[in-house]
Ligand binder design. Sequence first.
Ligand SMILES: Nc1ncnc2c1ncn2[C@@H]1O[C@H](COP(=O)(O)OP(=O)(O)OP(=O)(O)O)[C@@H](O)[C@H]1O
Ligand SMILES: [Mg+2]
Length: 434
Amino acid sequence: MSHVYVSHAPVDLDDLLKLHEALRAASIPDWYAPDDSNDRDRNNRAIDDAFAMVVLVSAASVRSKTVRQDVERAKARGLKLIPYQIDKARLNGFFKQEVQPHLRLSNALPDGLDQLVGEVRGAYRRKCPVIAVMNLKGGVGKTTVSAQVFGAWHGHIGGRVLLIDLDPQYNLTQTFFPMDFADESAAKDRSVISLFERSRLHARDVVSPAENWLGLSTEPFAPVARTSLAHDLMAGPGAPSSRLDLISGQFELSKYAFATDVAKLERIKTHFLRTVEFYRSEYDLIVFDTNPNATFLTRCALEASDRVLAPMHTDIYSLRGVKLLHQVIAEQVDPAKRPKLSVLFNAVGRSEQSTFEADARNGAFDAVAGFPLSKALMRSALPLSRHLSVRAPKEDDPAWRQLTIHAGRGGGLKQIRESLKTIALELSELEAAA
Ligand SMILES: Nc1ncnc2c1ncn2[C@@H]1O[C@H](COP(=O)(O)OP(=O)(O)OP(=O)(O)O)[C@@H](O)[C@H]1O
Ligand SMILES: [Mg+2]
């Protein structure tokens, strides 16, 4: 669990609580020392788990030994510092050197607190980017990329990776688990619907939203612990700092495509966005596999994502899918929330299709696509390979055996593993530069 650490002097309790409330409303977990004892071990552990540190800069905190030691620890760990001035304190030598260079925000500005929350949110998102694998064309490899490219990400880059199956066809779930297992999990609401509506995971006495096909529940709910919702696909060598999890899918997500109560859907979307935001604290990367048609789920996925990764085939039908996708992003999503778009050629063969790829890279299709496709294209591509064709999981096999980078046999495997790794590394570079 990661949080923003708030370093403060005990007398600045009012400002601390105001900030705590604002972060809570933004679904960003925070941590601050619960009393005024300078328990270094406890504070250092909390700093080491943090993704950023807010320093409340005041006349009292400038003199505080605790705050000084917090800042020194943050510096030693390379933690991002976000100072926030709350009174007209005169900075001493240490603060001038370590804190002032980062100091831009103050409660003297009318929207100072909003700006602070915005800055913390930015750091929180960079810590755990959310990527939606999406194309408004079916069968282009969304599910394959979700499993195999991000399985390779987990294998080579490590960290804590969460896959979420947002497609009512739930093929991603069936990639890893037998159908019965997936359906039994969904029957207990241990599945994706629990990101949208209050379910039996949140309270025993509710009717499952999956059984309530025509009804939409807008009751608020607190996200459950990740272990109660996600399935463990693979723990990495450095577990628990490395893991690959899946929130399994289900057909019942289709209910939102039939619902007509716009106000209720809007509330449900807000619950989904908040819940995903909450789970960012538990992971270093979140990935959605999505459905091929534009629905309510598409909007949810787009608003929750920092990046859309669109696999496409080297043909004009896929090009049209990417064009529509770009259009939907531009038309449906607020500029402030708009995800970046990266396009990945999938199932590239050696034949004349590679001419299509070369033309696309040279900008020949930019006008047809309606946006600079050549600039959105990833350098690496995923070749056509029998090692990527679907096979049902065997009853007794662990889920991770479905990952091409860990299992399989035969010629060409080395090459396809190398491609998967190259794509994962390119994506992680894009994220690091974002
Ligand atoms: N690079 C590849 N080489 C060989 N087969 C592939 C490759 N990519 C995908 N496939 C196969 O193509 C088929 C469609 O892929 P996949 O299910 O990933 O597409 P999708 O975009 O998720 O489809 P849908 O729109 O139905 O969700 C599957 O049988 C898959 O195994
Ligand atoms: Mg799919």
